[in-house]
Ligand binder design. Structure first.
Ligand code: BJW
Length: 254
């Protein structure tokens, strides 16, 4: 891949970037051991029906079932560590003037790898909120002593829920507003590990492309955004991104 002219073209664009947005999805965390959603056989939605787990209606219908699914997933995800893709993305911040990571992931791995400006579009597995919508910002320690599952809101006694964005729910307004503004104003967008089919998040690379940014797509498979990208780097993020960042460093040094 290091000799691939597409990798060198992408590295040149990145080395010149003044305002970079890195847009990521579940694929960037796959090499850490967190399953993606839509990959055949290994993806979560290949095993579970998203409408039975990732909607408010599903939670209201079967709160204990949905809570235990999240508890299991969060427990497994909390035990993993950032992989070379996360580290390479964090490294870009030390090389370029402005780097913002916009992620659909809820696992906190970009922050743990050292990225300092991370916009979480679909929430966080480390925060919980009240089903009433009145109280938020709870962490595990706030209800660790409760035996009841799902636990109750410490403020009002309503059920707590993970602070993640389920289907049919609006994304956090400040997060999507800032992500859209940055996407429409960036000069390069690096897209990593997303199928590019969940909106409004998947609209961000299209905004960047319309605004004239160079869009680079990194994925082992073609995805729904590949056709709109200027450069497609085919391969796993944990292999492609360290090579890409090494090439950026060479361009900056030369
Ligand atoms: C690698 C790799 C390696 C593998 N390296 N890559 C038509 C019908 C019904 C609904 C809609 C519709 N059109 C639009 C909608 C709305 C819906 C939507 O987009 N649905 C589509 C699926 C059709 N969107 C919504 O409902 C959103 N809200 C909304 O629109 O609100 C409107 C509203 C406005 C105002 C008021 C009220 C409402 C919300 C979407 C929420 C998504 N939530 C989830 C779950 C989060 C919580 C949880 O984790 O449980 O978010 S679903 C899931 O998909 C998760 C992800 O963030 C999201 C995106 O998935 P992602 O990251 O792209 O993963 P995959 O698995 O799809 O792809 C992985 C990729 O990695 C693959 O390409 C691999 O090849 C690649 N890969 N290994 C790099 N090593």
């Amino acid at each position: 891949m290091a000799q691939d002219p597409r990798l060198q073209t992408a590295a040149r664009a990145l080395a010149r970037s003044r305002r970079l947005v890195v847009f990521t999805g579940a694929g960037v965390s796959k090499e850490s051991g967190i399953p993606t959603f839509r990959e055949a056989e290994t993806g979560l939605w290949a095993q579970y029906d998203p409408m039975e787990l990732a909607t408010r209606e599903a939670y209201e219908r079967r709160p204990a079932f949905v809570w235990s699914w999240y508890e299991h997933r969060f427990g497994a995800a909390a035990a993993v560590t950032p992989n070379p893709a996360h580290t390479a993305i964090a490294e870009l911040e030390r090389l370029l003037p402005q780097v913002t990571v916009v992620t659909q992931n809820i696992d906190g791995l970009h922050q743990r790898a050292g990225s300092s400006d991370v916009i979480e579009l679909h929430g966080s597995m480390f925060r919980f909120k009240c089903l009433s919508g009145q109280h938020d910002g709870f962490v595990l320690a706030d209800f660790a002593g409760q035996d009841e599952k799902p636990p109750r809101c410490p403020e009002c006694g309503e059920l707590l829920r993970p602070d993640v964005v389920w289907f049919g729910e609006a994304l956090p307004g400040d997060a999507i507003d800032r992500a859209q503004a940055l996407s429409a104003d960036c000069d390069v967008m690096l897209v990593v590990g997303t199928s590019g089919i969940v909106y409004p998040a998947a609209g961000l690379p299209l905004l960047a492309a319309e605004a004239g940014a160079t869009v680079i797509d990194v994925n082992p498979e073609r995805d729904a955004l590949t056709a709109a990208a200027d450069i497609f780097l085919q391969g796993p993020g944990g292999e492609v991104l360290p090579e890409l960042v090494a090439a950026v460093r060479q361009h900056l040094a030369g």
